[in-house]
Ligand binder design. Sequence first.
Ligand code: GCU
Length: 603
Amino acid sequence: MFESEKLMNEATRAQGAGDPFWHLHDEDFEAPFMTPHLTSKGSVFMGGRNAVSLNGNWRFVIDPMREGLRQRWFEHDNHSIDEWIVPRDYDDGGWQTIPVPGCWTMQRGEWLRYEGAAWYSREFEADAPTGGDRVFLRIGAANERARVFVNGAFCGLHIGGSTPFFIDATSQIQTGNNLVMIEVDSTRRSEAVPMQHTDWFNHGGLYRDVELFTVPAVHISHLFVRLAENGVAVDLTLSSGEDGTAIIAIEGLVKARITVHAGTGSTVLDCTPELWSPDNPKLYNVTASFDADMVTDKVGFRTIERKGRKILLNGNPLSLRGIGVHEEDRDVGKCSDEADIRRRFAHLKDLGANIARAAHYPHHELVARIADEMGILLWEEIPVYWAIAFDNPPTFDNARNQLIELIRRDANRASVILWGVGNENADTDARLSFMRGLVETARTEDPSRLVTAACLINRETFRIEDRLAAHLDVIGLNQYFGWYEPGFEGLERLLANSNPDRPVVISETGADAVAGLNGPDTRLFTEEYQARILTRQVEIAARTKYVVGTFIWLLYDFRTDRRQTRHQRGWNLKGVVAADKTTRKLGFAALTRAYQQHFRDPE
Ligand code: GCU
């Protein structure tokens, strides 16, 4: 054994870290930390709960060689480095901090393109739970996977970069000072969802709120209320299989008991709420309680359904004047806050649009809450984007879990009318089976909304023809005639050649434009060119009877390393507003005019 190896062995023994670690392969040291893979089963209904915010400056280090799990950084005590008797490679990261929520990619130039593992840690005061209460950490989102350690113990792993997850830390929380450490790993992986190839920037970090909250041993884990045939349907789920009676109240309308058996209870409340709609975004205060637990929510009641080739909102035909939106900001990356979201929706209203496609992953939960208030409709989706590993069962489990987590989070949001289960996936047998499974999951979790996907043109038949379409309520079609394919003859031929039996929306179309680059509308990347494309696209779509709307791609220019021309320099410029989220291109006015003329709601 080499002298150095002998020393290393002594060192690791001295640290009590057991065998030397450097010879471990990734799968060796990761294995003990792959379970429990937290799923939506661990979710808790959050409405009205008093949560303690753990936002703020956390200690932070990047971990490019994955030493953190290998050397079990989460076990080391945090004595000062000056007191050590043997060296080690981690000293709680206390020498630098970054904000939570935040993306490490936006904190330092050298971290912009850092993709890999990083360790966050912070102390917090708490009281050990009593009387059977449970203590949870709720992480609003961590991109792309996160392992949580509380007071040195591994509490759980979550995979999926855009949905909230819950860590039951009841056994670990102690009265007084506690230490939470979170390994966030933004590595792109071919078997992940999304896989490693996307047209958006991979921001790593704890980029949404982190909270701590306590609930009774038996608590309400899910509450789903929505308008039904003859009243308001309520499904209530408890955290365990208790029997008992829950109370549900809709302020100003009704209060009733729900019999709960084996942890679930359902009823249809006999009441007639004022309908929620974009013109009348009426919200009701809803309260539900079971024994010592009580939750609240603000809910709009409306119906959304498909009849033939029409989408009906509250029984009336609905046209979709839409636009796509990414979560990307020149200064804060993937972080959103209330001001950012309200700015998005103010732009959307100025466009005369009535729906946003929150592409290509679940956006911040405030998006649907503010859309509820403002009367804006939403298409929300999971990042089953491009060439997913459709033949890999763990990949399906991951996608399904993210879909359930999204639906559980936004089930009571009237603004959400469409669940999107995929984007531009080639029509193969494996993909059909995978996506059919996701459609079934969406329908089981939420029979009250429509399911869609952004599909591709069938190039063999040159028709809107995708085997998945038979399983969707609304067929999304991404096409870029006028940009990636010159002229519009192809689009006109495609639409004339197709005969779908259900509504179609153009789920993406657009063109890049450099803000301030003006010239003939035949010259690529000019504002005039983009304006012409958007105008023609909406015109042609609107005169096709089975097309009920368009989602222009998109509202703001966004960061992506795929775009490296002198014009783009790492940004996709299809925004009708520049990356400053202020400068409107000619395309903005063109789209506003187009939506003033087309896809108007029938009088
Ligand atoms: C595709 C894809 C988008 C992408 C767009 C583009 O439609 O779905 O995510 O940004 O093309 O080329 O700009």
